[in-house]
Design a protein around this ligand. Sequence first.
Ligand SMILES: Cc1cc2nc3c(=O)[nH]c(=O)nc-3n(C[C@H](O)[C@H](O)[C@H](O)COP(=O)(O)OP(=O)(O)OC[C@H]3O[C@@H](n4cnc5c(N)ncnc54)[C@H](O)[C@@H]3O)c2cc1C
Length: 399
Amino acid sequence: MMLNKLYKKFNKKEWKFTIVDKEELHYYQPGFLFIPFGIYEPHDVIKFKKEFIPKEAHFIIDEVHQILPEKNKVELKGGKELSYDLLIIATGTVPVPEETPGLKDKLWYKDIFDFYTFEGATALADKLRDWKGGKLVINIAESIIKCPVAPLEFAFLADAYFTEKGMRDKVEISYVTPLSGAFTKPKATKMLSALLGEKGIQVIPDFYIESVNNEEKKIVSYDAKEVAFDLLVSVPVNMGADMVENSNMGDEDDLNFIPTDKETLQSKAHENIFVIGDATNVPTSKAGAVAHFEAEILEENILSYINGEPLEAKFDGHANCFIETGFGKATLIDFNYTTEPLPGKYPLPIIGPMGLLKVTRANHYGKLMFKWIYWHMLLTGKTLPVSTHLSMAGKELNS
Ligand SMILES: Cc1cc2nc3c(=O)[nH]c(=O)nc-3n(C[C@H](O)[C@H](O)[C@H](O)COP(=O)(O)OP(=O)(O)OC[C@H]3O[C@@H](n4cnc5c(N)ncnc54)[C@H](O)[C@@H]3O)c2cc1C
């Protein structure tokens, strides 16, 4: 996204562009949610990265081992060193099941699955196809995860999937979270908790998983609470890339997220390094929509930076997320650093067509349409016709 945006704006006689990624394939991660339920097939979520990279840019497939900011160099696993004048870090976050004892043990991909990886989502699809029912436990290991609503969507889609298969009465669904409710903000939590209740999904809040007991098939919290499962769907601890740790660039939480100015998106430690997406430690959701709004700000600030001008574009933490609620419907939340998700219409007042904190068919179509927008507009660096900053138009303030 950043390469495609900046490439058009920079003088190619003065600047050379290099992009390094350890994987040749690009995954549309929001699509992982749909794979376990057979709604998407693997081919819906994969494309080759090189399709999105301008031909004149240098594309290296290798893993960055570490950054040496004092030398303005990047060291690759393959041994090569690259020097830079300006660096953008976009290394994201990945689930690390190894952080929870017993999670990636003998039941892994037998009775314990994740759906935040391509491997996990496809293995879970195979499992669900023939599963006869029992206790389905959805557990979130840490409060900072990418797409914080995806586990809720998984619960709603599971309810719909088993209902449509005529076996909902054979499945007990529990949603076990370290949060004190279904979500972090009051209005959204109230609405989503009611929806979970309506669908017969039990919420177990304030549960900080310590370990998984594979013999007795239960998860255990730090304060010795236990939840038994037949099938555990886990969202493991999410961490930034190892490269961040190797470069000693992580924040004090030891989760390898990079201290980043929450408005300018410049690294707090090095002025010629900028950070975007899940790799930052900015206090908003880790989501593709956020990375997209950040990209608009970053484009402006990077152009200011190379022209020696002050960084005047300010990111406000804007995030919006469609939340699939099952049976061809979804809800939508839109918020930023200071404004919690509110009910109303989006993107336009009165006409919408999306409904905020409302369960509608239009929201579901919006979610499905997002895949096309992602491949054809976002990755190619186009600007969407929606406001980068949170707009209060259409929001109901007094409900
Ligand atoms: C199940 C699921 C559902 C989701 N649903 C939504 C949704 O509905 N809406 C939404 O907005 N967001 C959603 N997201 C979140 C969204 O996918 C991410 O927030 C988004 O992809 C973040 O983009 P990013 O560029 O920061 O990181 P990523 O897209 O994860 O990209 C990171 C890149 O860095 C590369 N990399 C990492 N380390 C290195 C290294 N050391 N060397 C070289 N390359 C490296 C990786 O190979 C990868 O290509 C969902 C995510 C999941 C898992």
